[in-house]
Design a protein around this ligand. Structure first.
Ligand code: NI
Ligand code: MN
Length: 232
């Protein structure tokens, strides 16, 4: 995998920090303080310019409001989720919807489909949060990364490949709430990535899928098993 100067750090579960060669810091699915997989040294977020949120579940937006209030990043999400985030005090919600691309800082962000639910737990209530999504991020150096969010495998991943051809894919593999390794291997047939970074596994006992199970099911795809806190 050649990131051409991009620094990519896994904070555990579906949370990634990406630092661009141009100096912007992107946080994907900000679940940091409450994330049992996030190392203690990473719990205090120091800088965020752009935040991407895939859907409203607590293990994806658990710390979005607190971090956004502190660092005032542009927060990308689907309109219903952005509406809720604004109500909670997020200032710069950069809402968009599936199929759209917007330029933020030195990246282009495309919102793509995900097949998953998207309620937001707000106290005792479950609030409508629009739909779950994934993101294809294109960097100024030409590298394209797909973060699938929470999803099962779906046939239109072939369209994501045809239109955007992301070479690096973060795919959930934990099973139970998302794809299992078996479904993720099928997703590789559709997406044809060079590299897959497995995510959303091992955080809770029910997330039983492992990178080695995925590795056994795919050929010609580099499976990069990261450790929480590790930077590539
Ligand atoms: Ni979810
Ligand atoms: Mn999840």
């Amino acid at each position: 995998m050649n990131l051409k100067g991009i620094k990519l750090t896994w904070l555990g579960h579906a949370t990634f920090r990406i630092e661009t060669p141009g100096g912007k810091t992107i946080l994907l699915d900000p679940w940091v303080m409450g994330n049992p997989m996030c190392p203690a040294s990473e719990k205090n977020v120091k800088r965020v310019d752009i935040m991407l949120v895939t859907h409203g579940h607590g293990d994806h937006i658990g710390d979005a409001v607190e971090i956004a209030k502190k660092h005032n990043p542009q927060v990308v999400g689907i309109p219903e989720l952005c509406h809720w985030l604004r109500k909670k005090g997020v200032k710069q919600a950069a809402e968009m919807n599936k199929g759209g691309t917007q330029t933020l800082g030195d990246i282009k962000v495309t919102m793509v489909h995900a097949d998953h639910s998207c309620g937001i737990q707000d106290g005792d209530e479950m609030v409508y949060g629009g739909e779950a999504c994934g993101y294809v991020v294109e960097f100024a150096n030409g590298v394209k990364i797909y973060h699938a969010g929470d999803t099962n495998v779906f046939g239109d991943m072939a369209i994501i490949r045809d239109l955007y051809a992301p070479e690096i894919c973060m795919l959930p593999i934990g099973d139970h709430y998302t794809m299992s390794p078996r479904e993720a291997a099928y997703a590789c047939n559709l997406l044809k990535p060079k590299t897959v970074i497995p995510m959303h596994f091992g955080t809770f006992p029910v997330l039983t899928g492992t990178p080695s199970q995925l590795q056994k099911l795919v050929k010609g795809v580099e499976i990069v098993e990261m450790k929480p806190g590790q930077t590539l």
